[in-house]
Design a protein around this ligand. Sequence first.
Ligand code: BTN
Length: 264
Amino acid sequence: MSELSLHTFEPPSDHKVSVFDELDSTNQEALRRAPDFDGTPLWIVARRQTKGRGREGRNWVSEPGNLYTSFLFRPQCSLSTANQLSFVTGVGVFETVRSVLGSSPQAEQIRLKWPNDILVDRKKIAGILIESFLASQSHEPVIAIGIGINIAHHPVLPDRETTHLGAHVGGVNPELVFSALSRELDQSIEQWDRGRNFDLIRQHWSERAHNPGERLSVRVGNNRFEGVFNGLDDDGALKIKLDTGELKRVTVGDVLIPRPSSDR
Ligand code: BTN
């Protein structure tokens, strides 16, 4: 797992980058570095991961050709405010995918799915896993934002439709997508302003996600229920109006997307 000195992954000038041919997981590497972190925002990139992690204990298939990266930084806010980064990052990755797809017709088909999956044509193209480390003395959180973007291929999964950028545009590679991502995420974090502008981020997220009144199916653990999307609560929880009229708040779980009708 030795670091590559020659590479063309270029983050914004005030960030550092460490690039590897192979890692267990870029998030795992970020958390290994968290205790000695000097505060200079750091990107960790791997061309391949052997133990890529997804949300809710799932595995993230990580063969070469896609982007696997983690952004390690100090958000300079409390851990509970740092939870908002899920939406901040969702907006940043959405904008990354939009800038890479450019004027292709698929650029109109990008959506965010709660809390932060990025879909193109209702198929997942990118995922986000945020993990935190709390320094015992300062109590200041260090955050690892892990991002996987399908570029050259996508895994075939039994429970969800997936796609990759190369299926929609030519000439994309991890270096190019990384350059857009590091810029867009930096911008989104700056806009968020340590939580002071979360209302703005929530508005940006909402404009890019489910339509008001859209019917959603939600899985929380082994429970499933359906209802109508009723926006985000102040803390980012998903609000669903059940058919009984009851309003349900969802803080962990998955929104299930029906298969595109052309594939049925
Ligand atoms: C999800 O389940 O949607 C989240 C997937 C997150 C995958 C990325 S790839 C880079 C980083 N390292 C990991 O082990 N996971 C995240």
